[in-house]
Design a protein around this ligand. Structure first.
Ligand code: PMP
Length: 349
């Protein structure tokens, strides 16, 4: 039988794309995907299971009401997504490009822009991993991006961007500025959600994926109600399933437990950063997130040696050459990672 060249059949902008890599390498200790090391204990309202024949609430009204109260906004300022990934796609579908973002950053901004046939523009960060404000401002003035994505704290560098720089970008921009706060719960910096009142073109993206509920795929956008109305036009019907809606709602009833886990992760991050800073040959990027970026020579070899020791971290490859991103795990996992890394670095020196 003749093989079909499906690549040739795909739309032109899809042909040169490579799929987002969520590689599953089985390892004893998994510190590669910025997940929480602790699964929350939540019970599912049995009523949800008795209604599996029905579609979920298309608006996610109960969840939006609770989230609105939590953030001091109105429910019509919220949009729920099947992960914040889906909302990134909706935003680019709604507002189009050019789409501007610093690099390195979360790869889905660029991948989704290309998928949707919109130009993506990456502006390199400075060597201290802060925004290159001069270049950002110049690009905004020259290219008039319809959307700007700023992940703060930034993935994969872990640092939070300076608030003044973000505010200037919002002020001079004629498009939408999306502040992606996936890692905000771990940050020393304040959220931008209260700033939406002052800056109507600001939209803030949040997710439950980093605070214990990655399996549920639930993200949300907080913005001006007019902005939400536009994005709602492209949202797929019933995009958030009933089990996720109910379980996230249940988790919001035990916020103290979630907060305690976040607090422990932050404290472990500080301990881990201190230990790593004491290791020769490793450069530690200061982190406000639930992971730390480490720069080192021969990161590929160190990555492989860690896998051989049963520990999986993220090798950033060409996105950030010679850098590994390690997610903060339980105290036991972190100790095992530090011991393995110390041994590997000693053997290589
Ligand atoms: N934004 C950032 C900055 C991220 O790092 C991630 C996850 N890696 C996401 C958004 C997507 O999160 P989710 O789709 O799980 O909500």
């Amino acid at each position: 039988m003749k093989t079909i060249d499906f690549t040739a059949l795909a739309r032109q902008n899809i042909r040169s794309l490579t799929a987002y890599e969520a590689k599953e390498i089985p390892c004893r200790i998994k510190l590669d995907a910025n997940e929480s090391p602790v699964a929350p204990v939540i019970s599912l309202d049995p009523k949800v299971l008795s209604r599996l024949n029905r579609y979920p609430d298309p608006q996610g009204s109960a969840l939006k009401k609770t989230l609105a109260r939590e953030h001091g906004v109105m429910p019509d300022q919220l949009l729920l997504g099947n992960g914040s990934d889906e909302i990134i796609s909706y935003l680019i579908t709604t507002f189009g490009g050019p789409v501007l973002y610093p690099v390195p950053t979360f790869s889905m901004y660029g991948i989704t822009a290309q998928t949707l046939g919109e130009p993506g523009i990456g502006i390199p960060l400075q060597s201290d991993m802060q925004l290159d404000q001069r270049k950002m401002v110049a690009a905004i003035r020259k290219l008039a991006p319809k959307l700007i994505f700023l992940s703060t704290p930034n993935n994969p560098t872990g640092n939070a961007f300076q608030r003044e720089a973000i505010e200037e970008i919002i002020r001079i921009s004629g498009g939408i500025v999306v502040v992606d706060e996936a890692y905000q719960p771990f940050s020393r910096e304040k959220s931008f959600i209260p700033d939406i009142k002052r800056f109507p073109r600001l939209a803030v993206l949040r997710t439950f994926s980093k605070i214990g509920l990655a399996a549920l795929r639930l993200g949300y956008l907080v913005a001006d109600s007019g902005l939400i109305t536009e994005v709602n036009k492209v949202r797929l019907p019933y995009n958030v399933n009933a089990l996720s809606q109910a379980l996230v709602l249940a988790s919001l009833r035990q916020k103290n437990e979630t907060r305690a886990v976040v607090k422990e992760i932050v404290s472990e991050r500080e301990k881990m950063a201190k230990e790593l800073r004491g290791m020769p040959g490793i450069d530690v990027v200061p982190s406000d997130a639930n992971f730390i970026l480490l720069r080192m020579p021969n990161a590929d070899a160190v990555h492989a040696a860690l896998i051989a020791a049963g520990i999986l971290v993220r090798n950033l490859g060409s996105a950030v050459p010679n850098a590994l991103r390690v997610t903060i795990g339980t105290p036991k996992e972190n100790a095992a990672f530090l011991a393995a890394l110390r041994k590997i670095m000693k053997e290589r020196s």
